[in-house]
Design a protein around this ligand. Structure first.
Ligand code: NAG
Ligand code: NAG
Ligand code: NAG
Length: 192
């Protein structure tokens, strides 16, 4: 009954072709979108993975991996306005010489006027084992002087397709002179 009324509505008020007065919820989701059986993408059971890696933000020296591309906009004590582009090594242990697993590529921007608070926007691009070529994307707020900072994992690629989850960052070492930092990242990721 409702459907007939809907069709009548479109006939009486539309002069163009009637395309959307059909049953919703079937495969036609507006003409160019269709539903797909998850099995066709070999999506089986969603699983939870945890890994702990160390993120090396090297801002000093000749081999810096973190480069300030925009300086602070004013003499802010919190560095407000700074943007750093990063290609930071990710390793299994806290030493830079420990086993590399990938790079953290992206940028962070100091976006708090009250504290040293970063917006992190980066991909963990893995190079180790079967995860070589897969990525996860971390986007979140990082108040660097807090003991634990939690940031969302908002997606991924390769073995991390459909990823969602969070990371917890804890500063391992921060050299107050050079500003080089090593941060432990515990990552909790749901993916297929
Ligand atoms: C930078 O890297 C080069 C080549 O790996 C190395 O010889 C040099 O000692 C490094 N410099 C610093 C300051 O770490
Ligand atoms: C920069 O900071 C100073 C001191 O906090 C303030 O007086 C000034 O208005 C600021 N300038 C701009 C352009 O925001
Ligand atoms: C990761 O994959 C790239 C491209 O396929 C390859 O060149 C590289 O050697 C691989 N790295 C490791 C550590 O297996």
């Amino acid at each position: 009954m409702g459907r007939i009324l809907l069709i009548l509505f479109f006939i009486s008020f539309s002069s163009g072709p009637i395309r959307c007065a059909r049953d919703d919820g079937d495969d036609d989701r507006g003409g160019f979108v269709r539903s797909l059986d998850p099995k066709l993408l070999s999506l089986k059971e969603e699983k939870l993975s945890h890994f702990r890696i160390y993120w090396h933000d090297i801002v000093s020296g000749n081999n810096a991996t973190s480069i300030s591309v925009v300086p602070p906009s004013n003499k802010s004590t919190t560095g407000f306005g700074t943007i750093n582009v990063i290609d930071d090594p990710l390793t299994l242990g806290p030493e830079l010489s420990s086993k590399p697993v990938g790079k953290a590529q992206g940028f962070y921007t100091l976006s708090s006027q009250e504290e040293v608070g970063l917006l992190m926007s980066m991909n963990f691009a893995f190079t180790e084992g079967k995860y070589n070529g897969s990525t996860i994307t971390v986007l979140g707020r990082n108040a660097v002087f807090n003991k634990v900072r939690e940031m969302p994992v908002i997606g991924g690629s390769g073995l991390f397709r459909f990823a969602r989850g969070y990371v917890q960052a804890r500063t391992h070492t921060l050299n107050m002179k050079t500003r080089d930092a090593v941060v432990e990242y515990n990552c909790y990721v749901l993916h297929y």
